[in-house]
Design a protein around this ligand. Structure first.
Ligand SMILES: [Zn+2]
Length: 352
């Protein structure tokens, strides 16, 4: 299997001139350097990003928001809210990755080869019109690549799984896809941290009930809880919904060395998820896979990224991780949302 990686050095044009922001240029650069040291590199093909294309951005965002953020970018480097900065190049850089994400979605679904977008700035906190679901800020994000990929695929008739394992809730992605029954969005995140959304009870808008699955884990969850969630939530929901393709927001900020979170997982979890997705591709359960780089703000992200790709390409052996329930409340909530997903999926099938 070949992995196509969209890497473009123009991501460096989005940088904090003060050098203090946790979402730094180093994250992409060091992740690529680390991957170069792996045998996985033999199976990687690197391509540049496409030129900026705002028609891809408009799949997920309102024109008013896009115009506003472009005006902000034209003013040069400054903070547009307490968390998020832009430079004069940020909008075009993000619109390049948006265009490439749309291309990756189509090509991956056509060929079955997985694609990975080394996107900066981030994406999953950007809602349709800016900060999403009542969040105070854009959370380092400008355009929501995950939603763009999901909508692209749904619009050509594919059933889409979005798996967001970034440690923060993907409130932008969820807001944009809230009432879209064509997309199963599973979001595993740490509760009580930014952006403060992603409750178990949030299961999607009318007609899409159960297609939004939020798994808000407690601090100190660790590898065993993630292993449980993968088998008992992600795989069970997938079996019910039967997606054709998967879009993954691959954030590595649940790692125990992360500066912003307390989920305490190790690289093994990312290897496990990589292996899981690879097997779905190999067995034909899904026929396309687009991963988009998410968060990761400590040194652990670089090794986690490598582990994920090595799992995806079957370079390293699959880790065996004992499964431990993350709590009765989460178990109960998940069985309820999976029941609702079953009902919604059955009624959608009748309409087909
Ligand atoms: Zn995050």
């Amino acid at each position: 299997m070949e992995l196509v990686i969209v890497y473009d050095e123009r991501h460096r044009l989005h940088r904090d001139l003060g050098g203090k922001h946790p979402e730094g240029v180093w994250r992409v650069e060091e992740s690529m350097t680390e991957l170069h040291r792996s045998r996985a590199w033999d199976y990687v093909r690197v391509v540049r990003a496409l030129d900026p294309d705002y028609s891809a951005v408009l799949l997920a965002h309102d024109a008013d928001y896009v115009e506003w953020i472009r005006r902000e970018c034209s003013k040069g480097f400054h903070y547009i809210d307490a968390d998020t900065y832009v430079t004069e190049h940020t909008c075009d850089v993000a619109a390049s990755f948006a265009a490439s994400t749309r291309e990756a979605a189509i090509k991956s679904a056509e060929t079955g080869s997985p694609w990975l977008i080394m996107a900066r700035p981030g994406g999953h906190h950007a809602g349709r019109r800016g900060p999403a679901m009542g969040a105070p800020t854009l959370g380092f994000c400008v355009f929501d690549y995950t939603a763009i990929a999901a909508i692209t695929l749904a619009d050509v008739g594919r059933r889409v799984l979005v798996l967001d394992f970034d440690a923060h809730h993907g409130n932008g992605t969820q807001e944009i896809l809230w009432s879209d029954p064509r997309v199963l969005h599973i979001d595993i995140h740490q509760r009580w941290i930014y952006p403060g959304t992603g409750y178990i009870e949030d299961i999607g808008g009318r007609g899409a009930e159960g297609t939004k699955v939020n798994v808000p884990l407690y601090p100190d969850s660790g590898d065993e809880n993630y292993s449980w969630v993968l088998v008992n939530v992600v795989e069970k929901a997938r079996e019910i919904f039967k997606p054709d393709v998967a879009v993954v927001f691959a954030g590595f900020d649940a790692h125990r060395e992360d500066r912003l979170t307390q989920l305490q997982v190790t690289e093994a979890v990312y290897s496990l998820i990589g292996h899981y997705l690879r097997k779905l591709l190999e067995t034909g359960e899904i026929s396309g896979l687009v991963s988009i780089l998410g968060g990761g703000y400590g040194r652990g992200m670089v090794r986690s990224f490598r582990s994920y790709v090595e799992g995806l390409l079957n370079i390293a052996s699959e880790p065996e991780i004992h499964q431990v329930s993350p709590g009765r409340d989460i178990e109960y909530g998940m069985s309820r949302v999976l029941d609702i997903l079953s009902r919604t999926t059955r009624s959608l099938r009748k309409l087909d």
